[in-house]
Design a binder for this molecule. Structure first.
Ligand code: SF4
Ligand code: FES
Length: 422
């Protein structure tokens, strides 16, 4: 896990890890997580098989395979089951003669014990059955369905017994005549595996997509966006207030705070800088804005990048779509939904400030007030959430962080090195 890393730091981190042979990306995504094992026969007097070696083999075979949901696995070196293999989507427990293979377990809110698919089989046979089991799951489960609920919905065996009997018939006896196809498809996935992050590192175009801002090479350090506190000698972001407690919810100072401002069209990039159907962050002075290229509708929008729910600078990473026909962005953190047209919240009373966008030739233009006016309302520094924000606010808990005119003067000279063209 790369906790605390900012998106723009990832290519550098992957490059460093890759240089010493460490791949990234297995701790997240709908794919196999790192396979757990006990120390096995190498280090434990009870071990009857090399559980470490087999766990590495299993992990290397199925790493990166996309699946309906995450998949967890473990290998225990004897029946004492220190690796808890029966609590995994697929788990192997060593015996004197090989391994017992269990499938369809998970932990979480509704723990399920895996069921025994085959007993005393060698490593190659485990792999063959796993190829078929996993491909059968991948091809027939619903999106976001773990193996346990998928398995429970399968029919029973022809001669009685629950879904595990059906799985034995399909996977071991080839009752549906699909094993060759399942084998072939899994082998194709295994043969075409590649480290996607290593490819980003090597490709300047894809690497550029990780820039913090489309229109600037500047990075705003994370500690300027949120306050960090020390816990056990490590820095972590300060807590946000829980729902129902006083919030730092920011609200736009008025319906159209910039109504009387003089505005100009500002070039923030060219159309190819903005990927279709996602948001992209731009920097304007100290203010972070989000530009949305809604290619589905052939429309462009610009809003503040800061989500007013918890004052997090994340809206450019939100999911765009529609709400009763109107274009929206859903915040990636807690999924509050905002209109891209006028910024109002569809599922609450928060509001974003929006700015008009137009395309001139290849140029993306946003109509903006002067930098210092926007910074007074949306400047990153003024919106930083601090610990005291989270615990001291009472009453209606409204926080409207407008800077004093004194601080505006000192900030005025500090417009950043963006590629803005007035
Ligand atoms: S599962 Fe068995 S081999 Fe593995 S650590 Fe526990 S006792 Fe030892
Ligand atoms: S920060 Fe909570 S919905 Fe955006």
């Amino acid at each position: 896990d790369l906790f605390g890393a900012a998106k723009y730091q990832l290519p550098d981190i992957w490059e460093e890890l890759g240089a010493v042979g460490l791949e990234s990306g297995h701790a997240y995504g709908k794919a196999l997580r790192t396979v757990k094992s006990c120390v096995g026969s190498t280090w434990c007097r009870y071990g009857v098989q090399d559980s470490v070696g087999f766990a590495i083999r299993v992990e290397n075979r199925y790493k990166g395979v996309r699946s309906p949901h995450k998949m967890k696995s473990a290998v225990s070196g004897c029946v004492r089951e220190c690796a808890e293999a029966q609590g995994k989507d697929f788990g192997m427990i060593a015996t004197e003669h090989g391994y017992n293979l269990y499938v369809g377990g998970n932990g979480g809110v509704n723990p399920v014990h895996a069921e025994l698919l085959a007993r005393d089989i060698d490593e190659d046979t485990v792999i063959r059955y796993l190829d078929r089991y996993l491909m059968y799951y991948i091809l027939t489960a619903d999106k976001l369905e773990r193996t346990a609920p998928w398995q429970m919905k399968l029919p029973g065996g022809k001669n009685g017994g629950g879904p595990i009997e059906h799985l034995k018939e399909v996977i071991i006896e080839d009752s549906l005549g699909i094993c060759d196809e399942l084998d072939r498809r899994m082998q194709h996935l295994v043969d075409t595996y590649h480290d996607e992050w290593a490819e980003v590192v090597k490709d300047p175009v894809r690497r550029a997509k990780f820039k913090q801002f489309v229109n600037s090479d500047e990075n705003i350090p994370r500690e300027k966006m949120i306050e960090f506190i020390d816990q056990r000698g490590q820095l972590r972001p300060t807590d946000w207030p829980a729902d129902g407690q006083p919030q730092t919810n920011w609200q736009a100072p008025s319906d159209d705070v910039f109504a009387r401002s003089e505005k100009s069209w500002v070039k923030v990039g060219t159309t190819s800088d903005f990927d279709p159907n996602v948001g992209s962050p731009i920097l304007y002075g100290d203010s972070q804005l989000a530009v949305f290229n809604n290619a589905h509708r052939g429309e462009w929008y610009c809003t503040q990048n800061m989500c007013p729910h918890k004052q997090a600078f994340v809206l450019s990473q939100g999911i765009i779509g529609s709400f009763e026909g109107a274009p929206k962005v859903a915040c990636p953190l807690h999924k509050k939904q905002f209109s891209l047209e006028d910024g109002h919240q569809f599922d609450g009373d928060l509001k974003l400030i929006t700015f008009p966008v137009k395309i001139e030739g290849d140029d993306v233009m946003v109509e903006l007030p002067a930098v210092e006016e926007v910074d007074a309302i949306l400047g990153t520094n003024g919106l930083r959430v601090t610990k005291s924000d989270c615990i001291d606010i009472t009453g209606d808990a409204l926080k409207v962080p407008v800077r004093s005119s004194v601080s505006l003067v000192t900030e005025e000279a500090g417009m950043r090195n963006t590629t803005l063209v007035h």
